[in-house]
Design a protein. Structure first.
Length: 139
């Protein structure tokens, strides 16, 4: 069966590079799946979970947004940040979520509110993914 070549790149460098079976991404207009021989496309990515299957294992990355390109069985993700579920410090993620919620409650300007809301969305993705991993008994 055909495979996809996935590369996840952040400002810090390459988070992941390898051959995968499928990719499920948090698109700007909703979640979508990329399979081998997928048509060329470019999409924005919303904060959410990027999942991919690799040799029978499912891997999840907390994404804070970015872009995804599909071309010739290559999937390239340019992300603001990407963190594998087993690297998430749940206590730190929960503290970031609490700080963002406090900022939302005390914000007076529209710009500050938008930034606080974006911080909350990113933190919520990390918290949810970290909790899911803990519930499965993997950390």
């Amino acid at each position: 069966m055909a495979k996809l070549q996935l590369a996840v790149v952040t400002a810090e460098g390459e988070s992941f590079s390898g051959e995968v079976d499928t990719v499920v991404a948090p698109g700007g207009l909703g979640e979508f799946t990329v399979l081998p021989s997928h048509a060329r496309m470019i999409s924005t990515l919303a904060p959410g979970v990027l999942r991919f299957d690799q040799g029978g294992d499912s891997v999840s990355l907390a994404m804070s947004g970015g872009f995804l390109e599909v071309s010739d069985n290559r999937v390239t993700v340019l992300a603001d940040a990407a963190e594998q579920d087993d690297a998430i410090d749940l206590e730190r993620a929960e503290a970031a979520l609490a700080r963002a919620q406090e900022r939302i409650a005390s914000t007076e300007s529209e710009v500050d509110l938008e930034r606080a809301m974006a911080s909350m969305r990113r933190a919520r993705v990390r918290v949810n993914l970290g909790r899911r991993r803990r519930e499965r008994g993997l950390s």
